[in-house]
Unconditional design. Structure first.
Length: 122
């Protein structure tokens, strides 16, 4: 879904100037990327950092990103492993988080739905 204004959505939600939002987003993604590469626990370590430094909601969305990438790539077992980590690490956030994102599933294109189900979209 490319019809959204990514940065503008964040600016509207946070009420910070565009340049500041971009700086924070870039720094956040860089730190996460580094943690995934250098931490002995990999992506789990990055999720733990988010959970305990930023909050369960941030960790929930990070883990949701990872699970979605695995599902899109057809790696259902890896997606299940990420979901299991979410249930253990942010159990207090999973139910509320799933409610928040449930309507996003309906916004996917037919192509994307097929991809997420592990099929090949034609």
């Amino acid at each position: 879904m490319s019809d959204t204004d990514f940065l503008g959505t964040i600016v509207d939600a946070t009420k910070v100037p565009e340049a500041e939002a971009a700086r924070v987003i870039n720094a956040t993604l860089e730190v996460l990327h580094r943690r995934v590469i250098v931490d002995d626990k990999g992506w789990t370590g990055a999720a733990m950092d988010l959970r305990f430094d930023v909050g369960a909601r941030a960790a929930f969305h990070f883990l949701g990103l990872l699970a979605a990438v695995h599902r899109y790539a057809g790696n259902g077992d890896d997606a299940l492993a990420v979901n299991e980590t979410a249930l253990r690490l942010v159990s207090d956030e999973v139910e509320a988080g799933n409610r928040r994102v449930a309507h996003w599933l309906d916004q996917r294109s037919d192509f994307r739905k097929k991809q997420d189900e592990g099929g090949r979209a034609q």
